[in-house]
Design a protein around this ligand. Structure first.
Ligand code: PGA
Length: 249
C-alpha cells in the first residue's frame, strides 16, 4: 500500500508572520499520522514555519530551487540552503514556473537530480493545457514531461520522486478534473514509469492529483486506484486543508 501524500502549495502567499500564524492554525487541526503531510511555503517562510511544525510530523517543503550547488545566481535558492533549513520536499516544474519563468523540462530534470543527490524529495509537476486536452494529446504531452523529467534517473532514485499530475485548466479555476479523468492520466503516468523502470518501481511511486482540490472533492479523488494524494493550492491556505488530510486517512 502506498502511503498518501497531501502537500499544500502556498504559492506566493503569506508574509513570514502570516505564515507562522497559518502554520500554527493548521498544525492544531491536522493529524499527520496516516498520511504524509507537507507545507510547501515561500522561501522566506521556510525558517519560521519550520520552527512551528518541528516535531508535529508535518514536513517542510519548498516551491523551487536551483540546479547548481552555489554561485553567481542572484535571487536563487540552493539545495544546500533547503537541506540546512530541514526542508524534506521541493516542488519542481510547477506549470506556473514553466509558464511564467521559462522553466524547461531539461531544467526540471537537472533540479530533480540535484535534489535527490542531497536527499530532498522532488514533487515533479506535469499536466496539459485546455487546448491540449481538447485536441486529445493529453497523455502524449504528460508522457513526454515525465520521460524528460526522469531522464538519466536509476530506478532506486526514480521511486523516491512524487509526481503531481495537474491539468493546467484545473489550477485555481475551481474546475476540478473528474475523478475518472484524473485517474485515467495518473494510471497512464504509472504505466509510463512501468515502461521505464518495471512494475515494482511503478507500484511504489506516488502520484498526486492537483487542480482545485478541496474538502468536498478530495475523498472521491483519493478513492481512485492510481491517485495517491493531492497537491493543493488555494485550499491549503485555509482550515479546509485539514479536511483534505482527513479524507486521505
Ligand atoms: P489549486 O492549485 O489547488 O489552487 O488549483 C494547485 C496547484 O497549482 O498546485
Amino acid at each position: 500500500m502506498r502511503k498518501k501524500i497531501i502537500a499544500g502549495n502556498w504559492k506566493m502567499n503569506k508574509t513570514p508572520s502570516e505564515a507562522a500564524e497559518l502554520a500554527k492554525l493548521l498544525k492544531s487541526k491536522i493529524n499527520a499520522e496516516r498520511a504524509d503531510v507537507v507545507f510547501c511555503v515561500p522561501a522566506i517562510d521556510i525558517m519560521p514555519v519550520g520552527e512551528i511544525i518541528k516535531g508535529s510530523g508535518i514536513a517542510l517543503g519548498a516551491q523551487n530551487m536551483h540546479f547548481e550547488e552555489s554561485g553567481a545566481y542572484t535571487g536563487e535558492t540552493s539545495v544546500k540552503m533547503l537541506k540546512d533549513a530541514q526542508v524534506e520536499y521541493v516542488i519542481l516544474g510547477h506549470s506556473e514556473r514553466r509558464e511564467y519563468f521559462g522553466e524547461t523540462s531539461d531544467d526540471v530534470n537537472k533540479k530533480i537530480k540535484k535534489a535527490l543527490e542531497h536527499g530532498i524529495i522532488p514533487i515533479m509537476c506535469c499536466g496539459e493545457t485546455l487546448a491540449q486536452r481538447e485536441t486529445g494529446v493529453t497523455m502524449e504531452h504528460v508522457r513526454i514531461q515525465v520521460k524528460a523529467g526522469f531522464k538519466g534517473l536509476v530506478a532506486e532514485d526514480a521511486q523516491k520522486v512524487v509526481i503531481a499530475y495537474e491539468p493546467i485548466w484545473a489550477i485555481g479555476t475551481g474546475k476540478t478534473a473528474t475523478s475518472a479523468q484524473a485517474q485515467e492520466v495518473c494510471a497512464g503516468i504509472r504505466k509510463t514509469i512501468e515502461e521505464l523502470y518495471g512494475a515494482e518501481t511503478a507500484q511504489k511511486i506516488r502520484i498526486q492529483y492537483g487542480g482545485s482540490v478541496n474538502g468536498k472533492n478530495a475523498a472521491e479523488l483519493f478513492a481512485m486506484a492510481d491517485i495517491d494524494g493531492a497537491l493543493v493550492g488555494g485550499a491549503s491556505l485555509k482550515e479546509e486543508f485539514a479536511d483534505i488530510v482527513s479524507a486521505a486517512e
